[in-house]
Unconditional design. Structure first.
Length: 128
């Protein structure tokens, strides 16, 4: 398994916050879990589309370790595992929505198709 050569040097709450929910995948995972709970791994994978299993599993583990996501496993055959947001995880949703609202006017520069789209998870809608 990969081990960082240097320890992380987090010096302020902003850096910690970006470490916890920043990056390409963690915010998406949080938004998918916010949309409907409980969610099984296969449902998350389907919503995320272009993420590999290894990357999804690693990001879920990070979010579980930080107390953002809760993993529930059931002793059934076949085994069933469900994921959901913790109370701590729910507190980050307004922050992510505010970031999405801030980015909305600038997003159209990055749009690939000229159609109306709505992020089904954060609810921000923009015609571009």
């Amino acid at each position: 398994m990969y081990q960082a050569k240097l320890e992380k040097d987090i010096r302020c709450p902003l850096e910690y916050g970006l470490e916890v929910f920043g990056g390409k995948w963690k915010s998406r995972i949080i938004c998918v879990l916010a949309g409907k709970e409980p969610v099984r791994y296969s449902e998350i994978r389907k919503e995320m589309r272009n993420i590999t299993d290894a990357v999804l599993a690693a990001n879920l583990k990070d979010l579980i370790k930080e107390g953002i996501v809760l993993r529930r496993s059931y002793d059934e055959i076949p085994p069933r595992v469900e994921y959901g947001l913790t109370e701590k995880g729910r507190t980050v949703l307004p922050v992510l929505i505010d970031i999405a609202k801030w980015a909305e006017p600038y997003f159209e520069n990055h749009a690939k198709a000229a159609e109306e789209r709505t992020c089904q998870h954060c609810g921000v809608q923009k015609k571009f």
